[in-house]
Write a protein that binds this ligand. Structure first.
Ligand code: SF4
Ligand code: SF4
Length: 392
């Protein structure tokens, strides 16, 4: 038991508590057990066998968002992302089976890992939405109205517009082409404008991020093996990702791609976009995705790109880099805590009086759309690629 957790990783925590105020679950509960330090302590005791594994205590691990804010502020370099992924996998082996956990793992393995089945589920949902059966198939408040799914172009290559300067691979992913195809369309157009030939690796599957975050490391490893066979078939300067959670996972979990994985904003800031073509009149606020700001430490590039848009006024929230409570499947598995965290975020957002909140992750987009709708707000939520492409 508890073989994946590393003693060395756990020992890096010196219990200073400097991470506590940054942790969203500690901020809303004030409880040590819902803090990074408390969770590390608990996992350390289980690993050492100095505390009996207790089913009731698992809740403290379940309530962690995996947002890695603690990792970004920790002066001791605690690799919290690695600890919580290993800890969750160990906990899954040790805990009593529950229907909720079984259902989420089965849905991931049987649906998300298979693009064809996921597309069918998307089509069924779209049909039901069209004929007004939304209450039957909408997973509560979360699912956005679906549009026609994103499809790679014939031949799996989109040419550079103008001179070809780079060749990039593009992660199409699992849920984004179904839930937010417009984000991919905008991202690809920006890449083309930046002189990139965009290759869509045929047969590419889900990157495995949702699996790893839910303690299914074996499932994530199987997807990595499958994807690495595909990536090996084409040369590229960078693998560009427009979903922060997927980008963080690829950077951490795919060592063979070391240095090649780039978030869309990271890559565009590096290679440059052409002069914007139109002037806008738009008040924009930017929500940092945890897996971009904390896991990949990318905060400056998206803001620089937004500020470079003529007529865009970037207004900051009080706490733009605090999690919105989405966190992959968290909002479904832990709706109570997710909603408490979301409410604080919505107050912060509405205070900006922005026309648009721009995001870099589909989970944040869904969470904020649902939250703003619930508050009766007309603030629009869109992916940063959609915001940037408005200038062209
Ligand atoms: S995780 Fe880092 S910041 Fe938090 S208590 Fe441990 S050493 Fe201190
Ligand atoms: S990952 Fe996020 S929720 Fe979990 S302990 Fe760290 S700061 Fe708190």
């Amino acid at each position: 038991m508890f073989e994946r957790l590393s003693d060395d990783d756990l020992a890096t925590c010196v219990h200073c508590g400097l991470c506590l105020d940054a942790c969203p679950t500690f901020r809303v509960t004030g409880l040590e057990t819902e803090s990074p330090r408390g969770r590390i302590y608990l996992m350390t005791q289980w690993k050492r066998g100095t505390m009996k594994f207790d089913q009731a205590q698992v809740e403290h691990i379940d309530l962690c968002l995996g947002c890695r804010t603690c990792e970004a502020v920790c002066p001791s370099g605690v690799p919290y992302g690695r600890i919580i992924e290993a800890g969750r996998a160990d906990v899954e082996d040790a805990r009593r089976p529950s229907f909720k956990r079984w259902a989420s793992r089965t849905a991931l393995r049987q649906l998300v890992a298979h693009p064809g089945r996921l597309r069918l589920a998307g089509m069924a949902t779209r049909t039901a939405q069209t004929i007004g059966l939304t209450s039957v198939v909408r997973s509560g408040r979360m699912l956005p109205r679906l549009r026609a799914r994103f499809r790679p172009p014939v031949g799996n290559v989109a040419p550079a517009l103008g001179e070809r300067k780079h060749r990039v691979a593009f992660l199409t992913g699992c849920v984004m082409p179904i839930l937010y195809p417009q984000s991919h369309h905008a991202a690809v157009k920006l890449l083309q404008l930046a002189g990139c030939e965009v290759w869509f690796p045929p047969g590419e599957r889900c990157c495995g991020a949702l699996f790893a975050h839910n303690g299914d490391l074996e499932g994530a490893e199987r997807l990595r093996e499958s994807n690495m066979r595909i990536y090996g078939q084409g040369g590229f300067d960078a693998l560009v990702v427009d979903s922060a959670g997927c980008g963080a996972h690829l950077k951490d979990f795919y060592p063979a791609l070391q240095g090649k994985v780039k978030d869309l904003t990271e890559w565009l800031a590096q290679v440059g976009l052409p002069e914007p073509e139109s002037e806008l009149k738009l008040r924009v606020t930017y929500q940092d995705a945890c897996h971009l700001a904390h896991a990949q430490r990318i905060k400056k590039q998206p803001r620089d790109l937004l500020r470079a848009m003529p007529g865009v006024q970037l207004v900051e929230m009080r706490h733009p880099d605090i999690c919105c409570g989405a966190a992959g499947l968290y909002s479904t598995l832990e709706p109570g805590m997710s909603n408490r965290i979301l409410q604080e975020k919505l107050d912060d957002l509405l205070n900006t009086k922005a026309d648009v909140v721009t995001v870099a992750n589909p989970g944040c987009q869904m969470q904020l759309e649902a939250g703003l709708r619930g508050r009766g707000s007309s603030m629009k939520v869109e992916h940063i690629a959609e915001t940037l492409v408005r200038s062209y």
